[in-house]
Design a protein around this ligand. Structure first.
Ligand SMILES: [Fe+2]
Ligand SMILES: [Fe+2]
Length: 371
């Protein structure tokens, strides 16, 4: 059993354990000697690591997506956990339990698939029911659907994140639909189930998460549109106009042209689908940001580029004991990096973002508060 997991690691801790290499950079010190800058990970989070000495001996022996055994020491660097590597050795997949390294939904994928199939069985519209049953009769597709993450890094970026996202949205869809008159629940739920289906091929998720070549070139909206259009073509008598509505649900679910949708939502179910998708992804992004924040001290998480903000650690803030928090951060805020760790310093504009909530800023705000 791997120990410790990223979530358990504290500053000034001697580490001797295994990680997945998420990112590997060879850089140069002022002296001209190389050093290694790595992003290491396990299923609980990510850890920034540097190998300053003897990097030349090991830097060609492993690559991104490999597993490595690391000996080193952690420290608090600019209010974040950083590991200084003393020894690094590549290890084989057979030496580790692969499940320890990839974040996964807390729910059982097969149980979630059963829930999804029950949802479809409850449809009253025979055409939409037939469409969904045809899609999930494809075993390869069904397996990919219950395994895929919902995103590379922004929200539900863990194995089976897509189906978890869809089931969560389905619950919101049901009670939202009951509030607004004239909503066609079956149509809305069809949009919920199919809106991100293109992600099963857009993303790669056998090691670290990334985009497939087709995903980079075509994207999940058009890929999902194509998949559903092809399946519907195999159902005799599927009403062409109903198919257009389903196609529109997929095409418009990002809500605005600048977010990648070629069409804005033009009927109520499409508008609702967009807002439910946005709500569920943002709520999950906030939860994830809080759970995996790397900052050791203070009330604020690091900047989250998808949410375009830092997030308040509400419980710590309400306790209002910064000195205590500094010594022993509360358990509910593990100090591992979020999946978007590589993006944390990135402003949505793409340029580096000025450091928010620096130690200086934290001290300044506390000084102001105490006056
Ligand atoms: Fe999407
Ligand atoms: Fe989504």
């Amino acid at each position: 059993m791997k120990s410790p997991f990223v979530v358990e690691i504290r500053p000034e801790q001697n580490i001797n354990t295994t990680f997945l290499v998420l990112a590997k950079d060879i850089r140069q010190k002022k002296s001209g000697d190389p050093f290694l800058s790595l992003m290491l990970a396990d299923k609980t989070g990510e850890l920034d690591a540097k190998m300053w000495d003897n990097a030349a001996e090991v830097m060609e022996t492993f690559d991104r997506d490999d597993f490595v055994r690391i000996k080193g020491l952690t420290q608090n660097f600019q209010n974040r956990l950083q590991l200084t590597i003393h020894k690094l050795q590549k290890i084989e997949d057979s030496e580790i339990e692969v499940g320890d390294y990839f974040p996964a939904s807390k729910h059982d994928p097969r149980e979630m698939e059963r829930e999804l199939r029950q949802l479809i069985a409850g449809f009253t519209n025979p055409h939409l029911k037939a469409l969904l049953e045809t899609i999930f009769a494809d075993e390869r597709l069904a397996t990919a659907y219950r395994t895929a993450p919902a995103a590379k890094s922004i929200h539900h970026a863990f194995l089976s994140g897509l189906i978890e996202h869809v089931l969560s949205m389905a619950k919101v869809a049901k009670f939202t639909a009951s509030h607004y008159p004239d909503i066609d629940v079956d149509l809305l739920l069809t949009g919920v189930i199919l809106h991100d289906i293109g992600k099963v091929h857009e993303l790669t998720y056998h090691r670290g998460f990334g985009y497939s070549d087709e995903g980079q070139l075509v994207g999940h909206i058009v890929m999902g549109f194509q998949m559903v259009t092809e399946k519907a073509a195999g159902i005799p008598g599927f009403p062409p106009r109903l198919l257009q509505l389903v196609q529109h649900l997929i095409l418009s679910h990002h809500g605005q042209l600048e977010y990648g949708s070629p069409k804005v939502p033009v009927f109520p179910e499409a508008l609702l689908l967009h807002h439910i998708d946005n709500l569920d992804s943002k709520m999950e992004a906030m939860r994830w940001t809080l759970e995996r924040d790397t900052r050791i001290d203070g009330f604020w998480t690091t900047y989250n580029p998808s949410l375009e903000r830092v997030v308040l650690k509400k419980l710590r803030y309400l306790e209002d004991k910064p000195a205590v928090a500094a010594a022993a951060p509360p358990q509910q805020q593990p100090k591992s990096a979020p999946a978007a760790a590589q993006q944390q310093q990135q402003h949505p504009s793409g340029g580096p973002r000025p450091q928010q909530n620096s130690l200086f800023a934290d001290k300044l705000s506390q000084a102001i508060k105490s006056h």
